[in-house]
Design a protein. Structure first.
Ligand code: ZN
Length: 159
């Protein structure tokens, strides 16, 4: 009836890259390094959904040596993962995700992130929680080396 999944991802900051989180382009002096758009939040969410279905991870589904996924829009990849989830007869019960970033302040962008994720998963925005926190200047996020994200998802079986 229900399946639970967890996802975790990290990307390091880099110059001359856009900062994309939850499909939102956030003004900041640096972006995240990656083969795709490096949307660490959406990557953690995809891994949590795939984990709930015991289908491996996004590296398996969208290999980073595949030119098709170079600078890929991760929200589009999330749509594909949601389609796979539907084919397996599951839908989102709810998602609770946390982005860990010392900078920039993410509060103004959270609602748009939730909307983008809900649209990609074809579910109501009330099922999508996105939180942002810092690690109090500790560790690699505190040292402004990168951003990490966690996601927990509950999937419900459709009928
Ligand atoms: Zn990633």
């Amino acid at each position: 009836m229900f399946r639970i999944g967890h996802g975790y991802d990290v990307h390091q900051f880099a110059e001359n890259r856009n900062l994309i989180l939850g499909g939102v382009n956030i003004p900041y002096q640096k972006g995240l390094l990656g083969h795709s758009d490096a949307d660490v939040l959406v990557h953690a969410i995809m891994d949590s959904i795939l984990g709930a279905l015991a289908l491996g991870d996004i590296g398996h589904l969208f290999p980073d040596n595949d030119e098709n996924y170079k600078d890929a829009d991760s929200i589009k990849l999330l749509k594909k993962v949601a389609e796979i989830m539907n084919e397996k007869n599951y839908r989102i019960g709810n998602i609770d995700a946390t982005v860990i970033a010392q900078m920039p302040k993410l509060a103004p962008y959270i609602e748009n992130m939730r909307k983008n994720i809900a649209d990609a998963c074809q579910c109501d925005i009330s099922k999508i929680s996105v939180k942002a926190t810092t690690e109090e200047k500790l560790g690699f996020t505190g040292a402004l080396l990168g951003i990490s994200a966690h996601s927990v998802v509950l999937l419900e079986r459709i009928n």
